[in-house]
Design a protein around this ligand. Structure first.
Ligand SMILES: Cc1ncc(COP(=O)(O)O)c(C=O)c1O
Length: 389
């Protein structure tokens, strides 16, 4: 028997990031001398805080370039556990902290250790696109549940219960979320956790945008329950996307299996990055991240009202992350062509809804405020001109 192709069947499920095509086109335009405003990029425009950079340089100079334990540098595991205690008043055993290559590595470990072929994982649609693909990689079935403004684009206990099947094994949520920037409150998280446990599943909460919140602090799901998986990262709040460093917190009984798996898949997360991240929780670094958070808030406030005044509908005020997920149905029936045309004619790059799932993607666009207020203003002026044309 000949296979049609030598690419594994699972690759059929792996969809590209459509925004990457737009980004490539934006780079071409820039190479031709055009000025492009980037509102598609899902990473802070700020570079890594100086304190962390210096610690990383020192680690390299001191020769800390070798493998570390698969679950992470113990001092870093302790520093992360200390952060939960200092900031959120939550005590956790540091051995439950597993240091990973980004939240991406954490998600892959969590899903690999939990999901058997055929198991279903419930998640929001729209949601972070890689989640579906991670589930496919382990032979599971991602089940995207359409969510909208009425539920703040989040899953609640009743929705989870209504979508539960014999094959459901886990529920994956994010707070603050990508692409909508909405949060799950403490009471909602508690009810969700209770429901998932009652149904015999496992709750995974992605808190990668923790700290990037503009009302009250969103806190952590760890203050609600212990028996869940928490995903986090140094990428966003600590401005370390390229260092590839994240972590997760797992229930006690998962420490040994996750360790075994991490030894095999990654050996360990980047050593210099781990030494650098020891500086992430110093007061000097946290002063910097706090200033940046305030700057993100200014940007959000500006862009939210500017987009609304252009006829884009943002029904729920996004309280975190650095994204606005806008309903553009008053302006176009096809958000993808809108994004392509906007880039070509005005040099403004945004992300079309179809990168985030199958729930009304054609009527949504994601705007990232990962650029300065003057650049955002310029982007909004160009967008206004595009809409008028
Ligand atoms: C919700 C969410 N989870 C996980 C990730 C992965 O981040 P990283 O691997 O850089 O930590 C991202 C990146 O954008 C994200 O938005």
């Amino acid at each position: 028997m000949h296979k049609r192709s030598d690419t594994a069947d699972r690759m059929e499920h792996i969809r590209p990031f459509y925004v990457m095509g737009l980004l490539a086109r934006a780079r071409e335009l820039e190479a031709e001398g055009r000025d492009v405003i980037h509102m598609e990029v899902g990473e802070p425009d700020f570079t890594t805080p100086e304190t962390i950079v210096r610690a990383g340089q020192q680690a390299l100079a001191d020769g800390y370039t070798r493998y570390l334990p698969a679950t992470g540098l113990p001092e870093l595991q302790k520093a992360i556990a200390g952060f939960y205690k200092d900031r959120y008043g939550v005590w956790i055993d540091h051995r439950r902290v597993i240091v990973t290559p980004g939240a991406s590595g954490a998600l892959q470990l969590a899903l690999s250790v939990l999901i058997d072929p055929g198991d279903q994982v419930l998640m929001t649609d729209p949601g972070y696109p890689c989640n579906r693909n991670f589930v496919h990689l382990v032979g599971g079935e991602p089940v995207g549940i359409p969510v909208g403004p009425d539920s703040h684009y989040q899953l609640d206990a009743a929705t989870v219960s209504a979508n539960w099947s014999e094959r459901t094994k886990a529920v994956l949520v994010a707070s603050p979320s990508n692409p909508t920037g909405t949060l799950l409150g403490k009471a909602d998280l508690s009810a969700l956790h209770h429901e998932v446990c009652k149904l015999g599943g496992v709750l995974i909460v992605d808190e990668i945008y923790q700290g990037l919140v503009y009302g009250g602090d969103a806190g952590t799901a760890l203050s609600v329950a212990d028996d869940l998986f928490i995903i986090n990262s140094f990428s966003k709040y600590f401005g370390m996307t390229g260092w590839r460093l994240g972590w997760m917190v797992v229930p006690d009984r998962f420490i040994a299996p996750v360790d075994r798996l991490a030894q095999n898949i990654f050996l360990s997360a980047s050593s210099p990055a781990q030494y650098a991240a020891l500086e992430a929780f110093s007061s000097e670094t946290l002063d910097t991240t706090e200033r940046r958070r305030q700057e993100f808030k200014v940007r959000r406030d500006y862009l939210l009202s500017a987009l609304r005044s252009l006829g884009l509908k943002i029904a729920v005020e996004p309280e975190g992350a650095f994204y606005l997920y806008a309903d553009c149905s008053a302006l176009t029936e096809d958000s993808y062509s809108f994004a392509v045309d906007l880039l070509e004619s005005e040099g403004v790059a945004i992300t079309p809804g179809k990168d985030f799932g199958f729930n009304l993607p054609q009527q949504h666009l994601r705007f990232a405020y990962t650029t300065s207020v003057p650049r955002l203003k310029e982007g909004v002026d160009r967008l206004a001109r595009f809409i008028r044309a």
